[in-house]
Ligand binder design. Structure first.
Ligand code: ADP
Ligand code: UDP
Length: 238
């Protein structure tokens, strides 16, 4: 398998073609961003940790019967994934109030929600990824009604599986962002990454932040924190 040409370079990853395959070669980068890219820093080791954590999580989800684009880990910073046609949406699941939910609705961070919420955001950096509802999604042809329903069901199934895994690692899954796409058969697959960059993870006993909020709020070094998440998840498989 050969690495082809660069197709796309984003804030956190670079995607390369793989000649004669409907697969992509992904490189996880060390760049950390906050405030929609307003603050940018290179943090040595971050790409490796997010690649390793995402690989462990996608392998776990597959063992729970939840398929994704993940094919295999190639190296500490690289993966092979199935190329999909992405929905231009960020699908956020929340179990506990935090971040934009707390700011928008005036609900204190840490308030446990009586049931999980699935939200849609338009993936558009120029507009700051605005919050949209189901009617916006269908009216703008971002997904049809059946797809909206499937995305919500899948998001809640993934939440159920992830909560179980993180709980065993003494971590509370506060909220997270997912991205989905359709493969060449038209099957909806979980795509992108699931890492401390895209989840809020709090230590179950101390409520210490084990995620990107450490970078967003400048409260410390993310490397030991992300390493702690990887170590706890890896320990579960032993
Ligand atoms: P961003 O584009 O937000 O800066 P990244 O640096 O993480 O984010 O870039 C990765 C890009 O790859 C994202 O735009 C994401 O939607 C896209 N992507 C993720 N998984 C797949 C896939 N399986 N097929 C095609 N594109 C994907
Ligand atoms: N999130 C993400 N990418 C985004 C926006 C949000 O991965 O572009 C994740 C974020 O890390 C958190 C969840 O989605 O786990 C909910 O984020 P929120 O809407 O609270 O936004 P924030 O306050 O983090 O900007």
């Amino acid at each position: 398998m050969d690495k082809g040409h660069l197709l796309y370079e984003g804030k956190a990853k670079a995607l390369y073609s793989i000649p004669e395959q409907n697969w992509l070669w992904v490189e996880y980068k060390d760049q950390a961003t906050a405030g929609n890219g307003e603050r940018k820093e290179s943090i040595s080791g971050k790409g490796q940790l997010n690649n390793l954590i995402t690989s462990v999580i996608f392998e776990y989800l597959s063992s729970e019967g939840i398929p994704s684009h993940f094919i295999k880990k190639l190296s500490d910073t690289e993966q092979v994934i199935e190329k999909v046609d992405m929905f231009n949406l960020e699908v956020v699941v929340r179990n506990v109030a935090a971040g934009s939910f707390s700011r928008r609705l005036g609900v204190s961070e840490g308030t446990v929600l009586s049931k999980p919420i699935v939200e849609f955001y338009l993936k558009d950096d120029d507009l700051n990824d605005p919050f949209i509802n189901d009617a916006h999604v269908t009216a703008l042809n971002l997904a049809d009604e059946a797809e909206v329903s499937e995305l919500k069901t899948k998001a809640l199934e993934i939440n159920h599986a992830l909560k179980k895994m993180f709980d065993k690692a003494d971590i509370t899954l506060i909220d997270f962002k997912l991205e989905f796409g359709k493969n060449s058969d038209g099957t909806i697959l979980l795509a992108d990454e699931i890492s401390p960059d895209t989840c809020r993870l709090w230590d179950k006993n101390t409520n210490n932040r084990l995620d990107k909020d450490v970078f967003r709020h400048n409260t410390g070094d993310i490397i030991p924190v992300y390493q702690e998440v990887l170590d706890r998840l890896t320990q579960l498989n032993k």
